[in-house]
Design a protein around this ligand. Structure first.
Ligand SMILES: [Zn+2]
Length: 213
C-alpha cells in the first residue's frame, strides 16, 4: 500500500499549496482498485509533515487493517462513498472559500460554464446538514452526491470524487472557480444554466473529440 499512501502524502501538501483548506482541516483518501483497500488521512495531522506511515488503511467493509494513528473523523464519509460508487478511487474533502459560500447558504452549484459541464457535471447539490464526523453526515452526503462528481456539505465545505487524485484536483479547482463566477455573475445579471442535453453532448465530446489522439 506504500504507493497509495504516498499519493495521499503528496496530495495533502498539494491541498495546502492550492489553499483548498487551512491548517489540518479537510481530509483525503484513495482506493486501491485491486484489493479494495482504502487509505485515509489521520485525524488532525499537519499535511506538511505527514509521512506514509501516518496513513490509516481500511478494507472495503470499513474495518481498519493498518495504521498507528487515529483516522480522520470523516472516515465513514469516505468509506460509504467508495461502497456506493465503484467508479470512484479518490476523494478529497476541503473547505474552499467560494464553494463554501454556497454550502453555508445551502444552495447547489449548477452547470453555468462549459468546463463545469464537462468535468464536474450537471449540478452539484448541497447535502442536508449534519454534524462533522457523524454517520448522518456521510449518509446525507452520499444521497446528495448521487452519480455526480462533487457535493456540498451544509455549513461546512465540499467533497470531490473521481477515478484518480489528479482528476479530483481538477474537479475541485473547477468547482471552486465556478462558484466564484456564479457569485460574480449574479452581480451583473442572471447566470444561465446549461441544459441537461447540452451537458451530455459536452461530456461526450470531451471523451471522444477533444485533444490529441
Ligand atoms: Zn471538514
Amino acid at each position: 500500500m506504500e504507493y497509495f499512501k504516498q499519493i495521499i502524502v503528496d496530495a495533502g501538501k498539494e491541498m495546502i499549496k492550492r489553499s483548498l483548506t487551512v491548517a489540518t482541516w479537510g481530509n483525503l483518501s484513495v482506493r486501491d482498485p485491486e484489493s479494495g483497500y482504502i487509505v485515509v488521512t489521520p485525524s488532525g495531522m499537519d499535511y506538511q509533515t505527514s509521512v506514509p506511515d501516518d496513513m490509516v488503511v481500511f478494507d472495503r467493509n470499513g474495518s481498519m487493517i493498518e495504521g498507528k494513528r487515529r483516522p480522520s473523523i470523516e472516515k465513514d464519509l469516505h468509506i460509504m462513498i467508495y461502497q456506493q460508487r465503484p467508479d470512484v478511487n479518490a476523494i478529497i474533502h476541503t473547505h474552499p472559500i467560494y464553494s463554501t459560500v454556497f454550502a453555508v447558504t445551502r444552495q447547489g452549484i449548477p452547470a453555468i460554464t462549459e468546463e463545469f459541464a464537462q468535468v464536474v457535471g450537471y449540478s452539484v447539490k448541497c447535502a442536508e446538514h449534519a454534524l462533522p464526523g457523524t454517520k448522518e453526515l456521510a449518509e446525507h452526503a452520499v444521497r446528495a452526491l448521487g452519480k455526480e462528481r462533487a457535493v456540498l456539505l451544509a455549513s461546512h465545505g465540499t467533497v470531490c470524487v473521481g477515478p484518480d487524485m489528479e482528476t479530483v484536483f481538477k474537479i475541485s479547482d473547477i468547482l471552486e472557480k465556478t462558484a466564484q463566477i456564479l457569485i460574480l455573475s449574479k452581480n451583473i445579471g442572471t447566470p444561465r444554466i446549461i441544459s441537461k442535453e447540452d451537458v451530455k453532448v459536452m461530456q461526450d465530446f470531451l471523451k471522444t473529440g477533444y485533444g490529441q489522439r
